[in-house]
Write a protein that binds this ligand. Structure first.
Ligand SMILES: [Cu+2]
Length: 258
């Protein structure tokens, strides 16, 4: 051992070039794949970034009659719309983008500590489309001064049905199993809809109003990326992510039947 002074801190440094016992019988072979159920790996430095475009004239979104709920109706200057297809300047929002295939089998990843939030505001769900990792917290908020009743209708996960009668209420739920599309609706307001994709890993993003997205924390590799839209369907693309670098994946959707 020797001691060195760096930046005013006294550090003890192991001497190089000796002492390490080689060939311990507990060592694993270099490059061995992690066993199934191994501890989650740390997030890596690769990413997939891109835009989702929409070609042509987007389909009209359903008009909502909110006359029975004055507190919500008053928040809209014209008729409220269910923003299922959100196109702005030719870019498509509310698309869930995620790694479909290419991750090593059996590998597990840390569950993001921050919750995914779904807010009930103006008698609509914000956001209209979500992605979440199995085990990650889903924080359900009521920002309206009216009763909402959020109901999730999964096929593989346990359904839930939660009444939130007062403004400012929050409730937390989790999904335990990956599932392609969990519809969410409100028992009180039949026009309220959202869709949740539940994933086995944290490599997902949702396109913003400008169509942009970034999937972070990926190890180097070749992946199939799926773009999933609740109404317009799915598209896939293969990308190769460099170590600590970004791959680009641009998707284009069009109106169904065009
Ligand atoms: Cu409601």
């Amino acid at each position: 051992m020797r001691q060195v002074l760096i930046g005013g801190m006294l550090l003890t440094v192991a001497a190089c070039g000796g002492g390490e016992k080689a060939g311990s019988d507990t060592a694993t072979a270099a490059g061995a794949a992690p066993a199934a159920g191994a501890a989650p790996t740390a997030m890596a430095g690769g990413s997939v970034t891109g835009h989702v475009k929409f070609d042509g004239t987007p389909p009209a979104n359903p008009t909502i009659d909110m006359s029975e709920e004055a507190a919500c109706k008053g928040k809209y200057t014209g008729p409220a719309l269910d923003p299922v297809v959100m196109v702005s300047n030719g870019m498509l929002g509310n698309v869930v983008l995620y790694v479909k295939t290419g991750l090593p089998a059996g590998q597990t990843y840390p569950v993001p500590s921050e919750p995914v939030v779904i807010d009930q505001r103006g008698c609509l769900y914000h956001p209209r489309a979500l992605a979440i990792m199995a085990g990650q917290k889903l924080e359900i908020k009521n920002s309206d001064p009216v009763l909402h009743n959020i109901k999730a209708l999964p096929k593989k996960n346990r359904p839930f049905n939660i009444s939130q009668p007062t403004e400012g209420m929050t409730t937390t739920r989790t999904f335990t199993t990956p599932e392609d599309d969990v519809p969410v609706e409100c028992n009180v307001h039949g026009w309220m809809h959202s869709n949740i994709v539940v994933l086995p890993h944290p490599f997902f993003a949702v396109s913003g109003e400008d169509g942009s997205f970034t999937i972070k924390g990926l190890p180097a590799g070749t992946y199939e990326i799926e773009a999933h839209h609740a109404k317009l369907g799915t598209k896939t693309m293969s990308v190769t992510v460099p170590a600590d670098g970004a791959a680009t994946a641009d998707f284009t959707f069009a109106a169904t039947g065009t």
